[in-house]
Design a protein around this ligand. Structure first.
Ligand code: MRU
Length: 348
């Protein structure tokens, strides 16, 4: 598995996911602004990876001078606040972003740094810790999730939920790989995930490198596959899980969940505890990111719609908890009723 985030000298390098699978290019970010642009542009993506990258962004913001994130001479607190504001506004749905920035803020308040160098070192250590914690959470999710699968299973997944999305082993992607290694998976169905093709470009790349057998299909094939009995389970990740268990994830997830329900296929969500947002009561309260319409009207830079065609680009949808069979976390597998299971797991 390739982690897409690495600290190199005094910059954070991100494996530029816009360029995969064609090119493996590392994007150097020397300031919080660089990181914010990388998140907005999806050079780094996937809820946990976004949060970890943002935490590194806080550390970079403590520097001043050209290429640094801060106004020369500004005090440590205003550097922190400006960077947290900028980074926090990059993508609204993935709650891991707000969660990681809040971890940074709590540390910042507790340490009361006055020197930028000390703050930068402390915040960089925190970002590295978040990366390690994510790896450990991914390991546990992979173990717990693989137990839910049975030998011979054909598992459908959506978007990209592997190492590229978390910096560790992945959420649903980690479960799929662990299940394959344990003889509990026959193959994975990978849908393309329009408009930006995270499935075709990223999941196919990762599974191919890991030697996991898979077939790539168009998003609109899912109904046919299920009607023909070719899908045994669905596993997806999440960008935010509300307190009642409603799940926001990449656009198209809800469609798959409805089809899975219609065909009696168990629908699982794998997500770390940091993706559960107790402050969001239901899925209806989750802000849904809307992105540039050009992502819909163009494909890899080529127009696929008439010039000026009006479009809408909702990046995520919400799957009601009633369609979810289980939520796989690093603290175990949650089962319905999810409001109670979530309250209990968060209280641990
Ligand atoms: O827009 P993206 O590519 O950041 O969307 C990513 C997803 O929807 C993933 O399924 C989600 O972040 C969970 S995987 C760790």
């Amino acid at each position: 598995m390739t982690s897409p985030i690495r600290w190199q000298g005094d910059v954070i390098e991100l494996l530029d996911q816009r360029k995969l699978p064609g090119e493996e290019v590392w994007l150097a970010c020397a300031s919080a602004e660089d990181v914010a642009r990388a998140i907005e542009g999806l050079a780094v993506r996937g809820a946990p990876a976004i949060g970890i990258a943002a935490a590194y962004g806080l550390a970079l913001a403590m520097r001043d001078g050209p290429g640094g994130g801060a106004q020369p001479g500004s005090d440590v607190r205003s550097r922190f606040d400006a960077a947290a504001r900028r980074l926090g506004a990059t993508r609204p749905t993935a709650v891991n972003l707000a969660w990681a920035l809040e971890r940074g803020r709590r540390l910042f308040e507790a340490e009361a740094w006055s020197e930028p160098e000390a703050a930068a070192a402390g915040l960089r250590d925190l970002a590295q810790r978040l990366l390690c914690e994510q790896l450990e959470a991914d390991r546990r999710m992979a173990e717990a999730g693989a137990e839910l699968l049975a030998p011979g299973d054909r598992v459908l997944t959506h978007c990209n939920t592997g190492a590229l999305a978390t910096g560790g082993l992945g959420t649903a992607g980690g479960v799929i790989q662990a299940a394959w290694e344990r003889g509990r998976l026959a193959m994975a169905w990978v849908d393309e995930t329009r408009p930006l093709l995270q499935g075709a470009r990223l999941t196919a790349w990762e599974l191919g490198r890991a030697g996991v057998p898979f077939r790539l299909v168009t998003d609109s094939s899912v109904g046919l596959l299920m009607a023909r009995g070719l899908v045994d389970r669905v596993i997806v990740g999440a960008d935010r899980i509300a307190a009642n268990g409603d799940v926001a994830n990449k656009i198209g997830t809800y469609t798959i969940a409805v089809l899975a329900h219609r065909h009696g296929v168990p629908f699982y969500v794998a997500a770390p505890i940091s993706t559960i947002d107790p402050g969001t009561p239901t899925g209806g309260d989750i802000p849904i990111e809307r992105r540039d319409d050009a992502e819909v009207t163009m494909l890899a830079g080529t127009p696929v719609a008439p010039a000026g065609a009006p479009a809408e680009n909702w990046a995520f949808d919400v799957t009601p908890s009633g369609l979810v069979a289980a939520i796989i976390t690093e603290r175990g597998v949650l089962e319905p009723p999810f409001d109670r299971a979530i309250a209990e797991v968060l209280a641990r």
